[in-house]
Design a protein around this ligand. Structure first.
Ligand SMILES: Cc1ncc(COP(=O)(O)O)c(C=O)c1O
Length: 385
């Protein structure tokens, strides 16, 4: 059975509750942080694990005027779901679905000559101009066009294609390397490089609708990076890009996902009892153990073995021993929560539960990875739609 199709009222092994009112409020907060810029809701990777389509709809309702995805397939799925506004996608490989993207009116990122050639060809076949956003590598050292000769060649070719009616250059854009470390010297260097590359392109005749470089950390901490549009992912879902720059509450944001599971079993064990694979936890004395029926197949990081926090019966417990594929154990210290008791792995944190950030710290990763990895076996339950 596909658990994601489980009716809302059925008792669930596990659930990721998605609070769409929180998401809408986050979008409104972000709009207030960047009053002069449009907001792009980044819903790649299934809305960072929250569900791309419901989150996209809620974000648009709350005033996001753009949606952003990595892959064209993600963007086409949004279009197919009836999202009619501007949608941009940026992670292309040769032979990608350029024609479908052009026909669907997507804004596509082009960071090199091969991509410009493929999109131009698709536009010719589709007899529709492609909406192209030229991507500059201003210092991230990942995707995008290098400054200098490469940029001059790409801008020149895009303008020629525009004159032929094959493309419309709708945007000039880039992406930060270290925006989550305010004061990092690369931030100012990238801004300077971005301005230079935009000035060059505009000087040659490009008339972009939007110029953009800011992700969540830049939009929250660096107003001069807002330009015409801010691309916000993690902040939309109510998570701080880096706890060192502020908590969600500091920025007026509220976490959207609450992950919980029904305790499957509570049992008494003597002291000295090994727990889970490898016996990395041994009960220090007579105690009760609770079985939490989610594991690394559900996206619970195995790296949180022995460290992940869980709220059960009003108290924080810690993953005892290894996280297995489908389940892990917590030491309940003699408590005996009744049948149907809930283990809350993470949520907004204001009902005593841990947060995704707590799990990130327990697993030695970032909260982005915690929410994005929650697997398809965990039903998303939407509240406050
Ligand atoms: C190109 C691009 N823009 C924006 C974002 C959103 O970043 P954040 O989640 O930090 O807002 C991402 C996500 O990694 C991205 O790849």
């Amino acid at each position: 059975m596909n658990e994601t199709a489980a009716p809302r009222t059925a008792p669930l092994r596990a659930r990721a509750e998605i609070d769409l009112a929180a998401l809408r409020a986050n979008v409104r907060t972000l709009r207030a942080h960047a009053p002069g810029a449009a907001v792009m809701a980044v819903v790649k990777s299934d809305g960072y694990g929250h569900g791309a389509v419901p989150c996209a709809r809620a974000a648009v309702e709350a005033g996001a005027s753009w949606l952003g995805t990595a892959t064209p397939e993600e963007a086409l799925a949004l279009r197919a779901a009836g999202l009619t506004g501007r949608i941009m996608c940026w992670l292309w490989t040769p032979g990608g679905p350029w024609r479908e993207a052009v026909e669907a009116g997507l804004d596509v990122s082009v960071g090199g000559m091969w991509a410009l050639r493929e999109v131009t060809e698709a536009a010719r076949d589709a007899r529709t101009p492609a909406r192209v956003q030229l991507k500059a590598d201003t210092g991230l050292g990942r995707g995008g066009c290098q400054p200098g000769e490469d940029w001059a060649e790409l801008v020149g070719a895009a303008l020629r294609a525009e004159r032929e009616g094959l493309v419309r250059v709708t945007g000039l854009w880039s992406h930060f390397a270290c925006a989550d470390e305010p004061g990092h010297p690369s931030i100012a260097a990238q801004l300077t490089r971005f301005r230079e590359m935009v000035t060059y392109a505009e000087g040659r005749g490009v008339r972009p609708e939007v110029r953009h470089i800011a992700n969540s950390p830049a939009m929250l901490t660096l107003p001069e990076s807002h330009f015409d549009l801010v691309r916000t992912g993690i902040a939309l879902y109510g998570i701080s890009p880096n706890p060192e720059i502020g908590s969600p509450a500091d920025f007026g944001l509220r976490p959207v996902m609450t992950l919980s599971a029904s305790i499957a079993l509570v049992k008494h064990v003597p002291g000295g009892h090994g727990v889970s694979y490898g016996h990395h936890y041994v009960t220090p004395g007579e105690t009760t153990l609770g079985l939490v029926p989610v594991g690394y197949a559900d996206g619970i990081p195995r790296h949180a073995s022995g460290t992940g926090p869980v709220l059960v019966d009003g108290k924080w417990r810690t993953v005892a021993g290894r996280v297995a594929m489908d389940q892990f154990v917590v030491d309940l210290g003699g408590d005996e929560p009744g049948p149907g008791a809930q283990a809350v792995l993470f949520g907004p944190g204001d009902r005593g539960e841990p947060t995704a950030e707590d799990w990130a710290q327990a697993a030695g990763t970032i909260a982005y990875e915690i929410v994005t990895r929650i697997g398809t076996r965990v039903p998303r339950v939407y509240v406050n739609e």
